[in-house]
Write a protein that binds this ligand. Sequence first.
Ligand code: PLP
Length: 375
Amino acid sequence: MKKRHIETIAIHGSMKVEKRENDTVVPGIEVSTIYEHRGGGYTEGDDKYIRLSNPNRTQLENVIAELEAGDHSAVFASGMAAISSVFQTVEHGAHVLVANDVYFGTRKLMWEFAEKWNLKVDFIDMTDLEIVSSSLKENTKLLWLETPSNPRLLITDVRAVSKLAKQKGALVAVDNTWPTPYNMRPLKLGADISVHSTTKYLGGHSDILGGAVITSDEELFEKIRLVQRVQGAVPSPRDCWLLSRSIRSFPYRMRAHNENARKVADFLSKHHNIEVVYYPGLETHEGHDIAKAQMDDFGGMISFLIEGGAKEAVEIVGKSKLIKAATSLGGIESIWEHRKSSEGEESPTPDNLIRLSVGLEHPEDIIADLEQALS
Ligand code: PLP
């Protein structure tokens, strides 16, 4: 059969109903934690116990793998559980490179756990290929990056970094939460692992916590599966069902997030109270050409520096009437925050940075709210 487009995969890649007369069109939520196996005992692939597998979870894993153009996926109870699973597959004593502008939780995970897991971590500027090249060591096993990064939307060349890593036998993992597979598929660019906080765009309605790891590397996937099943940070059948349901409209939501963000970034870039706008869709963004070469579109996230400091930034965020002052991202409602307050004092994020997740309200209403809050 001809390869399916992303919109078709999103709708028909999961939520399948077991074949029978007078089928329902939407599957149910299977809540049983156990399965009866009378004659013959267990066969490989059978559902046996809910922590190991569940039909709603399997459907979700299948659609996420297909969306990301990967062979395998494992879903988790949160994005952080998914991220942790990848680091836990790295052999003891290995060296790991982590981009210095990544989600604060990932940095914290390394600060708190890398030593306990016996990993040697260097945080580097992953956008600079010379730095990447000179930071790779004989025992470097994993490179971790985000592009666009959180919160400064720095762009890393995934193809080039993957090439350098391969020469040293290291794996590349990309946290693809911000671009999403609608805009970028890291495995197609040469990365080995794609990771998600499905809490964001895939869930899309600010009501599900979850994570996913996708890879086509069989051996690596076995290790991820082991962490998932043995450590047990798995999502409930209800959350899997709800996430599969949300994914059905994900490509259309994403298209609108992209469109609205483009308009909002354009407005912000002309505003006199704003010093810099970080949005890779703007031609003035220093990573624009690389973003264009590896992304189909630029996503729904924007960060910007206002004229002033933390006090002024907090005041502006408090003045919005439509845009919710909240953390997180990727929902249908626009939200923004003074990012440093959210990350804490040890955060390297600039004091005057506001992070905006552009939602699906009419773009003119979002811009009108920004206009009044920034005035
Ligand atoms: N990765 C990115 C890029 C994020 O923005 C977040 C959360 O904000 C996470 C991972 C963590 O995901 P979760 O909150 O689902 O654990």
